[in-house]
Design a protein. Structure first.
Length: 382
């Protein structure tokens, strides 16, 4: 079984006793957003190993500037707790983090650092742009100007839709062990599956003992698919076409950050923590608009030290009428007039007009499901 990032699977879950103890104390509170509540949970269950808490300034700057944690482990995305007001927070005290959407106490934070953020530097290094039309930059700018860093202990799991589809890293690792999967190819997505995705799934099932389909079901941007729709569309595809013994499907409730290449690294590290040995990275991974070069998410893995999970890069995948199948630019030589590009934007537009996308793009069963159940996120991304 592959080692978690940093060598050990982090667990920061409070025992019942600890939980009762902390809840009986009158700790100061910080009210946090849903995405931070989900981050706290992912830290605590080891999805973000080796992180044990929200980043201190030293960790943040090291991640922004070097793409490394101070301990030398590769890390590409800030996991920070932004706050507006720090006047009531003191170093070294314990603070209760409360989900502001439902007042649920989520975690206790042992304050190690309170600092002012240089948002420009974060935006520039992580997202490669200062443009506030970029959803990641916009969110960074909308949230507090300060950050509080320190280790956490999780008291309660945050409430979030579709949680029942999730598995903890310890659970997926156990499933892979039980199934005897020595090689596990992880597939990241934030979309319902189209035929180009299917090509990659099959590639994953060919090269690995198993395929781990792990769609992001956290906060996304306006116009993305609703998470339940994604999961259920996957169930339709898996039930109709794939050998069950070769596939594991589970959701991952963490927000999309739309950081392109850096998020590809983050996504790979997280899947390593869940026990995957291989990670598929395609064109414009975790991109948005045209902020990133489509293959920057491939090149970044050449520029960083080995992160211990094998990156399987793929290129443009499309339907070719001459080849009569789904192919890629590595496997087909035909000119443009034979090629049908498969894009989720195109598919979404057709669906929203009530049209059925051609079967070269989308399986009939998935089409039917999406036509019957389809709706888009409109305001989920705050
Ligand atoms: Zn061809």
């Amino acid at each position: 079984m592959i080692q978690p990032h940093g060598g050990k699977l982090i667990s920061r879950l409070a025992s019942e006793e600890e939980k009762n103890f902390y809840l009986s104390q009158s700790l100061k509170k910080i009210f946090i957003e849903k995405d931070e509540a989900l981050d706290a949970e992912k830290i605590a269950i080891g999805s973000f190993s080796p992180l044990e808490g929200f980043m201190t300034e030293k960790e943040l700057l090291s991640v922004c500037r070097e793409m490394l944690l101070p301990d030398g482990n590769v890390w590409s995305i800030p996991i920070i707790l932004q706050v507006n007001d720090i006047s009531h927070i003191k170093n070294e005290e314990k603070i209760l983090l409360v989900d502001k959407t439902d007042n649920r106490p989520i975690a206790v934070l042992q304050v190690e650092d309170i600092y002012r953020l240089n948002k420009k530097e974060i935006a520039n290094t992580v997202f490669g742009t200062l443009d506030e039309n970029h959803p990641g930059v916009r969110r960074l700018y909308q949230k507090g100007d300060y950050a509080v860093g320190g280790k956490i202990i999780l008291l309660n799991r945050p409430d979030f839709p579709n949680k029942e589809y999730e598995l903890d890293p310890a659970e997926t690792r156990e499933i892979f062990r039980e199934r005897g999967w020595k090689t596990v190819v992880a597939f990241q997505t934030r979309n319902a599956p189209h035929r180009a995705h299917e090509y990659l799934h099959r590639l994953g099932m060919e090269i690995g003992d198993g395929l781990f389909i792990h769609p992001i079901i956290g906060l996304k941007k306006e116009g993305d698919f609703d998470s339940r729709t994604i999961i259920e569309a996957y169930q339709v595809l898996i039930n109709s076409y794939y050998p069950h013994s070769k596939v594991l499907l589970a959701g991952l409730s963490t927000s999309m950050r739309y950081a392109g290449p850096r998020e590809a690294v983050f996504h790979a590290i997280v899947r390593k923590n869940y026990g995957a040995t291989h990670f598929l990275v395609g064109r414009d991974h975790a991109g948005v608009g045209d902020y990133y070069d489509p293959f920057a998410a491939h090149r970044i893995f050449e520029e960083i030290p080995d992160i211990g999970i094998q990156i399987v890069k793929f290129y443009n995948v499309f339907y070719c009428s001459k080849c009569e199948g789904i192919v890629s630019e590595n496997t087909c030589s035909h000119p443009e007039q034979f090629i049908t590009k498969i894009s989720m934007t195109k598919i979404r537009n057709m669906l929203s007009e009530g049209k059925k996308p051609p079967k070269e793009m989308l399986r009939e069963e998935v089409s039917q499901f999406l036509i019957e159940n389809f709706y888009l996120i409109t305001e989920d991304y705050r």
